[in-house]
Design a protein around this ligand. Sequence first.
Ligand SMILES: Cc1cc2nc3c(=O)[nH]c(=O)nc-3n(C[C@H](O)[C@H](O)[C@H](O)COP(=O)(O)OP(=O)(O)OC[C@H]3O[C@@H](n4cnc5c(N)ncnc54)[C@H](O)[C@@H]3O)c2cc1C
Length: 462
Amino acid sequence: MKHIAIIGGGFAGIATAIQLVQQGESPFRLTVINPEATFVTGIAYQPYATKLLLNVNAAKMSLFPDQPAHFLDWVMAQPDYAGLPQPFVAQAFLPRALYGEYLKQLWQHTRELAERKAIILQPIAGSVESCRPLNKQFQLTLENTAQLVADWVIIASGNALPSNKVLPDPCIAKSPFYLQNPWQCLPQAVLTASKPVLIIGNGLTMVDTVLSLRQNGFTQPIIALSRHGYGMLPHRHNGLAYPDFSSELLAATSLRQLVNVVHKHIRLVRALGVSAEPVIDAIRPYTQQLWRTLSLKDKQRFLAKIRHLWGVARHRLPLHIHDDLQQLRLDGHLKIYAGKLLHVTEQPDGLLVDLTNRKTGQQQRLAVAAIINCTGPESDLRQQPHHFMYQMLQEGLITQDSLRLGIAADSNSFNVIAADGKPQAGLFTLGGYLRGELWESTAVNELRSQAKTLAAQLVQQL
Ligand SMILES: Cc1cc2nc3c(=O)[nH]c(=O)nc-3n(C[C@H](O)[C@H](O)[C@H](O)COP(=O)(O)OP(=O)(O)OC[C@H]3O[C@@H](n4cnc5c(N)ncnc54)[C@H](O)[C@@H]3O)c2cc1C
């Protein structure tokens, strides 16, 4: 009987396991390994603050690509939502914790279905420390030294911690006042501190952290520092659909041409008094295709010059969350700086920070209770020496893509590419690790399709 092991039981791992059980007809063994605290929900859908919302509306959050209303229907059947107008709920940005409940219920049903189909489904609460080939199989070793052998391994270990590269002095990474993991519960000492908190980063994780700090009683100023200090944008035109202009996009043969096409349409839409978001949304279905056609040089140019602007345009906030944030700025509770950390010194009750403020051109000194790293998941595996992926990279089982955004893999078969340049038989990946291949490989709508396709391919070979 074939044994499939999935490393990581967050959204990508669980969606793949659910698809495998639903599609599987003959018996097989399926093991999903994930630390207990984040099993099924991953880091995204078990937030420690109830205020944190999905950044995609309910109508688009089904786990099943061929049943787009699955999540919405589930929500409408929950006591808190029954009786509300469905079109209203469909457009709403619902709590991330609610989505976690949806995943947990689906997982429970999947375990029951597996039993009925004689599929041996075994969740293991733990963390994989290494993965090595063993004859034509793979041997996984967990942190408690337990071992298991699988025929096929799916790497779905998702979002890595942010990099400590942002710190001018690497020693500060060991300080109790530096929080590398922004997705973990904030320490009480920070919440009750009488000094500001400094957040590095200015994207969605920064917004989550600000809302969580406030909801958990933090009253001191919060400073968010990023290189550009771009403001976050709200979802302003949720219902507006911009006419398809994919033929123009797909005809572009360089990044420059692509940018020109997009600018042209942004100008057109602005002339109508509408902001650029509907144009950006119209590009989304084609981003993977467009990314694949760009040359390596153009991809590098995009990362150096356009990535941050694209991030602002693409990762938007529900309007009322955007308003909450703006209110915090108006009230002086939140300050957004463009600049750079120059120097950090640990003190008995916090950190002393020197930074450059690009707007004033001045250096600034701040005494803060903590620095929280919200720069987003680190994608370069070489920066994560304690992760099992680093071991696999060192031993040539996997390689990084040329931009070090993830791992080299065939985005059709999901097979990872080994150091000899050939597909590594039996070793697969999906989700964020395919960012180098696809660029956009993060959101539920991308991951659910990958999970379904990967499961279909494996089930065929059972
Ligand atoms: C805070 C946040 C909010 C988001 N909100 C949305 C949203 O509203 N809508 C949307 O479409 N997308 C959203 N996303 C995008 C999101 O990345 C995906 O929806 C999804 O969570 C990614 O799933 P994943 O399984 O790849 O990663 P993760 O959720 O990170 O799951 C990976 C799992 O692997 C585990 N793991 C790591 N290392 C090991 C190991 N060595 N051994 C075993 N297990 C391991 C981790 O503990 C984790 O549980 C959000 C992302 C974040 C970070």
